[in-house]
Structures are given as C-alpha cells and as structure tokens.
Design a protein around this ligand. Structure first.
Ligand code: ADP
Length: 605
C-alpha cells in the first residue's frame, strides 16, 4: 500500500457487466461517505486500480472475457492491490471459492445474489473502518520515523558539540585545537568538507587556512593557503569581513559561490563567522555534496560551535601571548642576573683590592705612628718641656692624636681580618661583669664630662663565658662609645644582662645576652640593619663634631661592622632595635648582643 495521508473520502470500485446492477449498487453505496467508481469489465477494473487507490472492490463473479476470480487473481499479483479487500457477489457458494483458490480469509468476502442491502452495507463499513485504521497507523509510523531520524541526527550533533567543547576547553595549542575541531565536525556530522580560516594579526590582515578536513584526502587544501590572495571576493572572505553568516543552499545557482577545483562535488555551503564580541577572528566553512544540506536548526548548533571555537582561539592567543611574555621576561631576568653577577664579581674584586690597600696603608702607617708616639713621650718627659706649660700641652695633644690614629689603624686592620675571616680568637674564661667594669672605667672621664648616667643591671649574675677578652672589650667599647656619641649630654645609658637557654635539635644550649640601651637620637627602622655595613654612616658626615665621645662625634663607620664580626666569630649575634630616629624626642636605641657560654657548642641562631 502506498504511504499516503488518509483521504477525505475512500474510493470503492464496483465491477459488474450488468449496468443495471452497477446502478443499483452505486445508489446503495452512496448512503455511505464514499466515492464509488464503476466499471463493467475486469480489464476496466485493472486499469482503474493502476490510476487510483481503492479501499475495496465489489466484484461480480460471472462476467464475460475475465470473470471475477481471474480479476482478483491479477489484483493479488500486483503489490499495490495485493491486500485490497474484495466482496464477491455471486450465486456460487463461498466454499467452492476457498476450495478452488485457497486465499486467506479476511480480505475476501461473499454475498449471494440477490443480497440484502443492509448486510452489504455492513460488510462494506467493516472494510472501510479497517482501511481507515490502516492509514492512520501508517501515518503514525511515518511520523515516528521522521521523529526518530531527527532525534538521531540531533543526538549525533550534540555528541559532536560535546566533543568539540571538550577539545576547546582542554587544548591550548591553537593549531592542534583547530585541526581536531575541523576533523570532529567533518566526521561526526559527515560533511563533505570542513575548514577553519583565521584573519592574521598583521597590517594587511590576510585570511589564512588554519585547518581543514575532507571526506577524501584529495580535498585537503594546504594549511597556510592564503585566501586573500587566491579569492579575495569569495564567500569566506565576505563572511570574515562582514562578520555575518552565509548559507548557499544550491552552489550551482548561487552567484557568490566560486568553485574550487579541490572540491568538485560541493552542492551547498554554510560559512559562519568566528566572533568574540564585535571582533571577527575568522570563519568556519562547511560544505556538503547535497543541496540544501543546512537546516535552520543545523545553523543554530553549528553557530554555537563556531562561538566556542572563537572563544578558544581568543584564549589560546592570550595564552600564547602570556607564554611569550613570560619567556621574554625570563630571558630578560637571565640577562640582568648575568649582568648583576658580573657587577658583583667586579665589586668583590674591588673590595678585595680595597682591603689589600687598607691593610698595606695601615701597616705602613704603624711605623711612623710608633715613632711619633715614642718621640712625643720622650719629649713629654723632657724637663724643658715639663717646665713650659704650653709646650707640654702641645706635646700631649700630639700624643692624644697619635693614639686616635693608632685606634683607627687598629680598626682598619680588624676590619680587614674580619673580611678575610682571619680574625683569630684567644678564648679563655671571661667574666662579662669584670670586663664591663674595666671598660666603663676607661670611659669614666668623658661620661662625667658629658653628664651621662651609665647604669648596669644583672651583670654580676651572668656566668663566665668562653671568649676572647680583648675582642669582646673592643666589641662592647664600640657599642658603648656609640651609645655615648648618639645620646645628648645629660642622657642615660644602661647595660643589662640575662642568661638564655635555647632548645636546639632537642638539646638545651646556653647563651648570655647583653643589651646596651641609650636615650639618644634613635635609628630609623630602614637603617637598623644597614648600619652594620662597614664605612656606613648615617647623617651628613661634614656635620659630625670631632671627638671620639662627643655628641654626634665623627667616626670612620667601622665600629658596628667590627662588633658584628667579633660577635659572629664567637658564634653569636648582634642587632639593633629602635622606635625610630628623632632628634627632638630622643626615642633611644637598644643593641642586643648574644654570645654562647661555651665556644665548643657554637651554634648560630
Ligand atoms: P661610626 O664610626 O659612624 O660610629 P658605627 O659603625 O659605629 O660607625 O655606626 C654606624 C652608624 O650607626 C653611625 O654613623 C650612627 O649613625 C648609627 N649608630 C650607631 N650606634 C648608634 C646609637 N647608639 N644610636 C643612634 N645611632 C647609632
């Protein structure tokens, strides 16, 4: 049976060689909502079934030339009419027919002539119902098939979209990404040819083929194919420039389509822009060998893929730019580091040369200094000088100056030893309390002169420590002299001590800590570490007053560097602490010195 929608009226074929019979039969059938088509011969009936579809036939058995049975036999032989129900009208009993033909029941019925009109109408109605139901069923099946085909297509498209999305989010290499995506769209949607084109980021903005995938290998255009040169006015160029999609439903009749030799079978083409916001990055071009291959729904799905591809391209480009930027940065850092290392090497060399120079000069200065000191002392004992007060004073001045010079030279030699790590310690038991007492005693006069109150705290309670007494005397002298120098007249200085037990690697280590605090000008936080660098001085050197213990008296900037060198040589530490620098409020400074009790267990912390 042909797949046709249910007709408004069903056709019934009536066949009888007697026109009178046909007339009364048609009259009877008109009571039903049907078209009645009549013919007087079997041949006529066959011709009619070739022209139109009948839901059933009512056939007279006894007809000249071709009887009713022969007609039905021929109808059964034709695929279109094989199942058409037939009612035979005859005086012959149905058993005979079954006996002779052996047809399946259901499609054939019998009426003995003369027949009852009601029975005939009832039989016809049954066949009519059957016919209508069959049509409805076919209709339904056709609808289901269409739905199934659409659904399968959509499932495939969604799966392809999912796979494209997967690629888009997982691949940052732009070439690999576009290659995979073109392949996926071509294979999953089964298109003839898929290609991705990008507008290059250069001044002439050429449109270059980035990736392509075709059903056969011959179709592949070479990557890097320059469309702007080859076809500046084709569909892809237009889409790239306008940012609007284009669909050529039939490329044979589309004036904008330009045939490519590599793609001879293209019949329809869809070109979608790859846009991020208002920027068109390129185009996704899809070709099919079927005309009208792209439905509106296909376009929606493919455009959403194109949008994802565009975002992925944008991200991949950003990533490439960042990677490039990082590489440049790394190269620059490497370059700078190499330059810095070179500069550092030069500085080290210079520093060593300076140390050598300081060492040589200091040694050279020692001999004339010893001479000056020696002869000055001889002069001072000379009775003639003793008798002359002014000469005596002048010679005493020379001796004081020579002593200061001697201290300076000693300091310079100390710093050279510290730099070269050749500061040799002569360790013995040292009582810090006694050491401090002796030291304070040497500074008694300047302390009194400048009305500075010096107090000590808890020094007696400290244990003796293993240390080089001369070196420690130097260390604390530098700190005490500094405390005096940077505290105004009438200020206070305090020396306090405490013992520390520190757990290091599960063992208790003992240290002593001395804090020298003053009520002086203080030190700004940013300089509290820098001041330990040799020759480092805060403030304008030219404004320093002279004198070793005078307020803001000048110095060579070596004291703290020597103090730290000595502390470190003992395995100790030294650091400064101050709320800040202020020459009006005098916030004061604290210098912390930590030294191990025994030298064998030196552990820096
Ligand atoms: P200097 O010979 O200049 O005293 P130092 O190495 O002993 O050299 O000290 C370096 C700098 O640290 C000093 O110039 C001074 O600015 C600062 N300084 C040191 N001790 C103190 C202190 N007790 N109070 C304030 N500033 C200090």
């Amino acid at each position: 049976m042909k797949h046709k929608p249910v007709q408004h009226k069903a056709n019934i074929l009536i066949v009888d060689d007697d026109p009178q019979n046909l007339f009364s039969l048609e009259k009877l059938l008109r009571k039903l909502d049907v078209n009645v088509v009549q013919t007087t011969s079997g041949v006529g009936a066959l011709e009619l079934t070739l022209e139109q579809e009948f839901c059933m036939a009512i056939v007279d058995v006894q007809m000249p030339e071709m009887d009713g049975y022969e007609l039905v036999e021929l109808l059964r032989a034709n695929e279109d009419t094989a199942n058409m129900p037939v009612i035979f009208v005859s005086a012959i009993h149905s058993d005979e027919y079954h006996h002779r033909k052996g047809y399946a029941a259901g499609t054939v019925d019998f009426l003995s002539n003369p027949y009852s009109p009601e029975i005939l109408l009832n039989k016809v109605k049954v066949f009519l119902d059957l016919y209508e139901q069959q049509y409805r069923l076919q209709d339904l099946t056709a609808q289901l098939n269409t739905a199934h085909t659409t659904l399968s297509k959509r499932t495939l498209q969604l799966e392809a979209s999912r796979q494209v999305t997967q690629q888009v989010i997982s691949i940052l290499d732009i070439n690999l990404l576009l290659f995979n995506v073109a392949n996926l769209i071509q294979s999953q949607f089964d298109y003839y040819f898929v290609s991705i084109w990008l507008i290059e980021d250069t001044s002439d903005a050429p449109i270059i083929l980035q990736a392509a995938s075709g059903r056969t290998e011959k179709q592949i255009l070479p990557p890097g194919y320059n469309l702007s040169q080859a076809r500046p006015h084709g569909i892809i160029s237009d889409v790239c420039h306008s940012g609007r999609p284009y669909r050529a439903n039939d490329t044979h009749s589309d004036p904008r389509y330009q045939r490519l030799e590599a793609l001879p079978d293209t019949r329809s083409e869809l070109t979608l822009p790859l846009c991020v916001g208002a920027n068109t990055l390129g185009a996704l071009d899809i070709q099919s060998e079927l005309p009208g291959a792209f439905t509106d729904e296909d376009i929606l799905i493919l455009q959403s893929l194109a949008d994802q591809i565009a975002i992925a391209i944008r991200n991949a480009r950003l990533y490439a730019r960042i990677t490039q930027f990082n590489e440049d940065l790394e190269n620059r850092v490497e370059e700078r580091t190499a330059k810095l290392e070179e500069a550092y090497r030069q500085l080290e060399l210079l520093d060593r040369k300076k140390s050598d120079f300081v060492q040589v000069i200091s040694h050279e200065l020692r001999t004339p200094l010893t001479l000056i000191k020696g002869y000055s002392q001889i002069l001072l004992r000379d009775p003639a000088i003793k008798a002359d007060e002014s000469h005596h004073l002048q010679i005493s001045g020379i001796i004081t100056g020579a002593r200061r010079l001697q201290e300076l030279v000693d300091s310079m030699l100390d710093i050279v030893k510290i730099d070269n790590q050749t500061l040799a310690l002569c360790p013995r038991e040292v009582s810090l309390s006694s050491l401090m007492k002796a030291l304070i005693n040497t500074l008694k006069d300047p302390l009194t002169e400048r009305n500075l109150a010096l107090s000590t705290e808890n020094l007696e309670a400290l244990p003796t420590i293993e240390a080089d007494s001369d070196a420690l005397t130097k260390l604390f002298e530098h700190l005490l002299v500094n405390a005096m120098k940077y505290t105004p007249d009438g200020g206070k200085i305090n020396i306090s001590g405490e013992t520390l037990a520190i757990q290091i690697n599960g063992q208790s280590q003992h240290f002593i800590k001395i804090i020298i605090s003053d009520s002086g000008i203080g030190i700004a936080p940013e300089f509290q570490e820098l001041i330990f660098t040799k020759f480092y001085q805060l403030g304008e050197v030219a404004y320093h007053s002279t004198g070793k213990t005078k307020f803001k008296g000048g110095g060579p900037g070596l004291g703290l560097a020597i103090a730290r060198g000595i502390a470190k040589a003992h395995g100790g530490q030294i650091w400064a602490e101050s709320p800040g620098y202020d020459e009006e409020k005098y916030p004061g400074s604290k210098f912390h010195v930590v030294l191990p009790v025994t030298l064998e267990k030196i552990v820096s912390y």
